[in-house]
Design a binder for this molecule. Structure first.
Ligand code: PAZ
Length: 365
């Protein structure tokens, strides 16, 4: 589906509008809208200066059946989004965390089931109870305090999605609901959203059968999947949905260092938003590039000595996508919660400075 295309009468149809016309409204959307509305209203009424970051996180699924057994998914665990949400909260933002269900969440991510199983942090106490092991006490207290602060002050709203359709409906609603905040809204679009989907009218109702031969011999038929492109929602978000003067930051993921900067630049010039943060799959925990209209290409890197270990990362690829070949020196202040320095501790303060400028510019007008 193109961004805009002529309909039967030759009128231009916006791809996003057509997508919503042809795609059923998700069941949980009204509940999520009510929660978001209440959250936004609370912050508008209690603190007129409060900024809200809408942080999107994790991958979207593309169902192959209406009664979904099989779906297409992607790699994203939601580390970027969950970590960033914590640093936005630390920077005094309220956060609406639009995340893939069961992906990593702010704060609990430190004790997630896969890499940091919470049981590994526990010990049996002499009195028959269960305690946090001595070596983890300090960190767990810090994480717990931050979590409780966010909870007590109603600073964090968690909204889950699973499919690409649920994601897009929720994003549109959130953008519309944040209108009263105007420039104090910041969209931080870190979710890995599918570029392809199967339109509802071509979706099987029931589980796709493997079609084995009647005698049970022989292999099943090939499954050929015909996917349509998801319309370019970033354009619609920037031009129609988002509050006037709000700040929009998108992410661009690539695997080829040769392409990263040019693809990120292309995205910025196409959608005319505030910033594209480019990252490579293999180095995303250690370096990102900010592409903005006035400042061009700006790299942010975790210094070598403070890089966390990563199984999937390839450290000798750091610097390969840098067009300028002159990495900027960065201020190394900032807290770390897990081992090594999290690059989000550098990304979020930089964005907050940019957001200050956006708000100041709006106020001058
Ligand atoms: O979830 P994660 O921390 O494993 O990965 C984060 C990311 C690479 C999905 C994110 O930084 C990103 O680039 N999101 C946008 C992807 C894209 O649509 O190009």
């Amino acid at each position: 589906m193109a961004e805009t295309q002529p309909d039967a009468n030759g009128q231009t149809v916006d791809g996003a509008s057509e997508y919503f016309r042809n795609t059923q409204r998700p069941k949980q959307l009204s509940k999520h809208e009510a929660l978001a509305k209440e959250f936004i209203q609370y912050h508008v009424e209690t603190n007129p200066d409060r900024r809200i970051a809408i942080v999107t996180s994790g991958g979207t699924t593309v169902p192959l059946e209406k009664q979904t057994v099989r779906f297409i998914d992607n790699f994203s665990a939601g580390t970027r989004g969950a970590t960033s949400a914590e640093y936005f909260l630390q920077a005094d933002y309220a956060v609406i965390f639009l995340h893939r269900q069961f992906s990593l969440l702010p704060y609990s991510r430190h004790y997630s089931h896969s890499t940091n199983c919470f049981l590994d942090f526990m010990d049996e106490a002499d009195d028959g109870g269960v305690i946090v092991a001595d070596e983890f006490q300090a960190k767990m207290r810090r994480v717990l305090q931050q979590y409780q602060h966010a909870k007590k002050n109603r600073l964090l709203l968690l909204l889950p999605f699973t499919t690409v359709t649920e994601y897009l409906y929720a994003l549109r609603s959130l953008a519309t609901l944040t209108k009263p905040l105007g420039p104090r809204t910041l969209f931080y679009l870190a979710a890995a959203v599918s570029d392809f989907f199967i339109p509802a009218d071509r979706l099987e109702e029931h589980k796709i059968q493997s079609r084995e031969t009647a005698d049970g011999k022989g292999s099943g038929k090939k499954l050929i999947i015909d996917l349509d492109p998801v319309p370019k929602f970033l354009k619609t978000l920037v031009q129609q949905w988002a509050p006037k003067g709000s700040m929009v930051v998108s992410f661009k993921l690539e695997t080829d260092p040769e392409l990263l900067v040019s693809k990120a630049e292309e995205s910025l010039s196409r959608y005319q938003h505030d910033c594209v943060i480019g990252n490579l799959l293999t180095t995303r925990k250690w370096e990102v590039v900010f592409i903005t209209r006035d400042r061009g290409e700006k790299w942010i890197r975790v210094p070598k000595a403070r890089r966390s270990k990563s199984f999937s990362g390839v450290e000798n690829m750091v610097g390969l996508a840098d067009h300028k070949k002159e990495p900027e020196q960065i201020d190394l202040e900032g807290g770390t919660v897990t081992e090594g320095m999290e690059i989000e501790t550098l990304i979020i303060p930089e964005l907050k400075r940019m957001h200050d400028d956006v708000i100041a510019r709006q106020e001058r007008h």
